[in-house]
Design a protein around this ligand. Sequence first.
Ligand SMILES: [Zn+2]
Length: 375
Amino acid sequence: MTAEKGTNRAIRKENRNRIFRYICKNGRSSNPLIADALKMSLPTVLQNTRELQEAGFLYDAGVLDSTGGRKAKTVNVVADYRCSVGIDITRNHIVMVLTNLIGANVDRERVYVPFRDEEEYYRNMQQILKAFTDRNHLEQEKILGVGVSIPGIVNKRTNRIDRSHVLGLEDYPLEKMASYIPYKTWFMNDANAGAFAEGFHASEGDHFFYLSLNNTVGGCFYDRKELLEGDHFRSGEVGHMILIPDGKRCYCGRKGCSDPYCSARRLAELEENNLERFFEKLSASRSREVKRWQEYVHNVAHLIHNIHMMLDCDVIIGGYVGSAMGDYIEDIRKEVRALDLFDQDASYIRPCVFKISESAFGAALYEMEKFLAQI
Ligand SMILES: [Zn+2]
């Protein structure tokens, strides 16, 4: 093949992919609408939507009502052409989600099963997965596989968990868990998975830092559909950046890490680990909660400021705190604004879009993204 032919083929493939992703994101669309939005010629769009429809990725979605002229035919995505399952393993729960080509929340299940590195636990997980796939009547050939999110450092080179403080694991072989999952299986760190979920619906070329404020603090830099994982898969471990030298003791054994100041537990511990109740009492202006929130905002603002000075990009606040804080994000923005050298506002601090089970969704969507990339 000549270089020119190769380039033309690459351009055609890219056009087809952009058209398909546009419909995935926007739903029912007409050819003129797509051509206009993507600045492509109408014949190019027509040819691609016809091919995608012939391949089974799109279906005829009727005509658009119009106020005169010819009515435009529309197409939409066959969303269940492929699906994937995400499992989030936490200290006390197994969360399962089912998603499809458009990244929808098709089904979700959260079961109380405290993690134990024992046969009984894995058998239990296997049964929950079977019940979950059975109730959704999934056809085997449509399932891309199962993504598992783990609160720990997932080493893709050795296929092991280097360490998970939450699960009490060290140098754990991932095939042990995978052997109980009867599908193609892949593993991800929970904060990385959360970042991936946020990125799935982001625009082309988007990049951001995802700050996960869960019971532990983590993060990940997301850049145009890729995660920056680092040389040892520890990139973005901002929970162990020193925030206060010689400060509070962190679970890692050192002092002054951001984790003991910025984790969701710092708030929820006032209400028997119920974060929603914390925010309810905060909105009722209870003095104990107000005081703790001010202290928390002060510390999180410094953490975000440091991240922003380093990366100069949007910071998405995720995890339990990002999901529960609602308009209280303004308090954080205000405090960061006062620290910032350059920015007039702190609108680069964004709330997460995924409010529940983001790590399970991100893990599921990881392979879905690879599938979409080759359409
Ligand atoms: Zn630490």
